[in-house]
Design a protein around this ligand. Structure first.
Ligand SMILES: Nc1ccn([C@@H]2O[C@H](COP(=O)(O)OP(=O)(O)OP(=O)(O)O)[C@@H](O)[C@H]2O)c(=O)n1
Ligand SMILES: C[C@](O)(CO)[C@H](O)COP(=O)(O)O
Length: 233
C-alpha cells in the first residue's frame, strides 16, 4: 500500500495561551512543526505529506519546510474551524491509498512508530497509536461529581498517527458530516460504523503539545533522547 500523511497544524492553540499558533513555537532550537515533519521525512513508507495550516499561515509553514529541506510535502492547504474539518480538507488533497493522520502538535513521534501504524493498518484495516492509561479515570455528572469509574485495564490514551485506507476514512468523514457527528479523533469515525481499529502500543513521550508545561516536558524528553535515554513504555 502506498502511504501519505495528513499533518494537521491549523489550530489556534488556545490552551497553550501563546500569542501564536503553538506549532510555530520553539522546541530544542527548531519549531514544533519542524520536529513533527522530520519524522515523516524519515519514514520509509510515507511518500507524500499534505500539510494543513491556519488562514494566512501557508507562507510561514512553507518556509519552515524549505529551511529544513523537507521534500515530501506536496500540498499546503488551509484547514477548517475544527480539527475534523482540517483532516477532511487534507484527505481531499492527498492521492495515496493509505493515509496517516497526525497532529502537528505531536513533535516527538518517531519514524518507527509511523511504520508500526502502517503495518498494523495493512494487517487490520486501520490502526492508532495509544498508551495504557496510568491514572484511574472518572466519569463526572457534569456538575463536578464522580458518577463512575471505567475499568482501567480497558482504557487507552489514544495518540496520533492514526492510519487508514484513505477512501474508507473519507467516506466515514462524509457520513459524519451528513449526520452532524463530531469527532475529536479519526478512529471515532470508524468506530461509529462498527469498523475495527487496531491499537498500536506507542510511547508516553509522544505527547501532544497542548498546555505550557507540555513544551517543558518535550524539551526534557528530546534532551534525554539525544543522550540515548529512551522513555519508559
Ligand atoms: N481547527 C483545527 C484544530 C486543530 N487542528 C490541529 O489538530 C491538532 C490537535 O489539536 P489541538 O491540540 O486541540 O490544537 P489546537 O486546536 O490548536 O489547541 P486548542 O484546542 O488549545 O486551541 C493540532 O496539531 C492542531 O493544529 C487543526 O488542524 N485544525
Ligand atoms: C487526535 C487526538 O490527538 C487523539 O488524542 C486528540 O483527540 C486531539 O484532540 P484536540 O482537542 O484536537 O487536541
Amino acid at each position: 500500500m502506498d502511504w501519505g500523511a495528513v499533518v494537521v497544524a491549523a489550530g489556534r492553540g488556545t490552551r497553550m495561551g501563546a500569542s501564536e499558533n503553538k506549532v510555530y513555537l520553539e522546541l530544542a532550537g527548531r519549531t514544533v512543526l519542524a520536529h513533527t515533519l522530520e519524522a515523516f521525512e524519515r519514514s520509509i513508507s510515507v511518500k507524500s505529506v499534505v500539510l494543513v495550516v491556519g488562514p494566512g499561515e501557508q507562507d510561514r509553514a512553507t518556509g519552515v519546510a524549505e529551511r529544513e529541506g523537507f521534500r515530501k510535502i506536496t500540498r499546503v492547504i488551509i484547514g477548517g474551524a475544527e480539527r475534523q474539518d482540517s483532516v477532511y480538507a487534507g484527505l481531499d488533497a492527498l492521492t495515496t491509498r493509505g493515509v496517516l493522520v497526525h497532529d502537528a502538535a505531536r513533535p516527538l513521534v518517531t519514524p518507527e512508530q509511523i511504520e508500526a501504524c502502517c503495518a498494523a493498518a495493512e494487517e487490520h484495516g486501520a490502526s492508532a497509536l495509544a498508551v495504557p492509561v496510568k491514572d484511574t479515570i472518572k466519569v463526572s455528572d457534569g456538575n463536578g461529581f464522580i458518577v463512575s469509574t471505567p475499568e482501567r485495564s480497558t482504557l487507552w490514551s489514544v495518540q496520533t498517527p492514526q492510519a487508514f485506507d484513505r477512501s474508507e476514512l473519507m467516506a466515514a468523514h462524509r457520513q459524519a458530516r451528513e449526520e452532524g457527528a463530531f469527532a475529536t479523533d479519526d478512529a471515532m469515525l470508524l468506530e461509529r460504523l462498527s469498523r475495527k481499529v487496531a491499537i498500536v502500543r506507542g510511547d508516553y513521550a509522544n505527547l501532544k503539545i497542548t498546555t505550557p508545561e507540555d513544551l517543558t516536558f518535550a524539551e526534557l524528553l528530546l534532551a534525554a533522547r539525544r543522550r540515548g535515554e529512551g522513555s519508559p513504555k
